[in-house]
Write a new protein. Structure first.
Length: 316
């Protein structure tokens, strides 16, 4: 098991970095982390003669993986973005047996109460709660994240390495929050295209071209403009909503008790509204930049789970 990190504050740590196996945070939720699942080795930092940060990634690989290929990758700018937006779906996909990767474009620091090392530990703990096979933290710069060729190369290299069929990213401008979110959308869209380009392998760490079949958006509910997409769907996360909140609760440096309580309320309300539109207790809404194509129309529609307004046993 290896971890490649090029962020300078991490490059000097010991080869194996442990995380507490279980911590109870301010919310009362228990955040589980398994220190024996991951190791941390500074093998590609400039201090060790490796490549500059922009060209490489911080890599966490589950020891159960027999090869590198993933079914789906979720990408967003900061550690906690994916957990808040997509955590229920990520946990559900893992339970369904799919191989799932999470990519944080930046390490999320600096922030008022965080440090690089603390944020890294929180990201690892959250990834363990969700059960993903791969977590990568790219060496892009928080607060200054921009859709540049170098940023596109960095994410496209990850896509070429893991060859997922599906890529999921955030969508929407958030003027009341970080501008990194919208830049992350642009980087994700461009990286998907860059991953398939030929005669350019030197820009992607020598990896070979790969086409990601599907790009899926997780629209930001509080975006500046109303969203309009060709098609939308909702994933039923009723069975994983508590797991999602456990993952979010790992980020104690970002959410003190008051902030977490308000965030948990927002998550339950928003996911409750998104889910109820399709008859679920909780759901996460996703969108496509094209119409949704299906092969089996009947199989594509699950039974409507809202109880009928009558008792079936009394119907004559």
């Amino acid at each position: 098991i290896e971890c490649r990190l090029n962020l300078p504050p991490i490059a000097a740590v010991s080869p194996v970095r442990s995380v507490q196996p279980q911590t109870t945070n301010h919310s009362g939720l228990v955040a589980h982390a398994a220190p024996d699942r991951y190791s941390l080795a500074a093998v590609d930092s400039p201090e060790n003669g490796g490549d500059p940060p922009i060209a490489r990634a911080g890599l966490y690989r589950n020891s159960l993986m027999s090869d590198n290929q993933l079914d789906i990758i979720f990408a967003a700018p900061h550690p906690d973005d994916l957990e808040i937006g997509c955590g229920g779906t990520i946990a559900l996909l893992v339970k369904q047996g799919y191989r799932v990767g999470m990519v944080h474009l930046t390490n999320g620091e600096p922030t008022p109460r965080g440090t690089v090392e603390k944020r890294l530990a929180e990201a690892r703990a959250a990834a363990d709660v969700l059960g993903v096979q791969v977590l990568e933290i790219l060496g892009l710069t928080n607060r200054e994240l921009m859709d540049t060729p170098a940023a596109r190369y960095a994410l496209a290299t990850v896509l070429r390495r893991y060859r997922p069929r599906i890529l999921v990213g955030m969508a929407g401008r958030t003027p009341a929050a970080s501008p990194d979110h919208y830049q992350g959308q642009l980087i994700t869209e461009a990286a998907r295209f860059y991953a398939q380009l030929t005669k350019w392998d030197d820009r992607f760490d020598g990896t070979t071209p790969y086409r990601v079949d599907h790009l899926i958006y997780r629209p930001v509910p509080i975006a500046a403009e109303p969203h309009s997409f060709h098609s939308q769907f909702v994933v039923d996360i009723s069975s994983t909503i508590e797991q999602k909140l456990q993952a979010v609760a790992c980020y104690e440096s970002q959410f003190d008790m008051t902030r977490f309580d308000r965030l948990a309320h927002y998550i339950r309300c928003n996911n409750g509204a998104e889910g109820s539109a399709c008859g679920f207790m909780y759901g996460e809404l996703y969108a496509l930049p094209r119409p949704l194509g299906i092969k089996d129309m009947v199989a594509a529609f699950s039974p409507w789970e809202v109880p009928a307004p009558f008792r079936p046993d009394l119907v004559r």
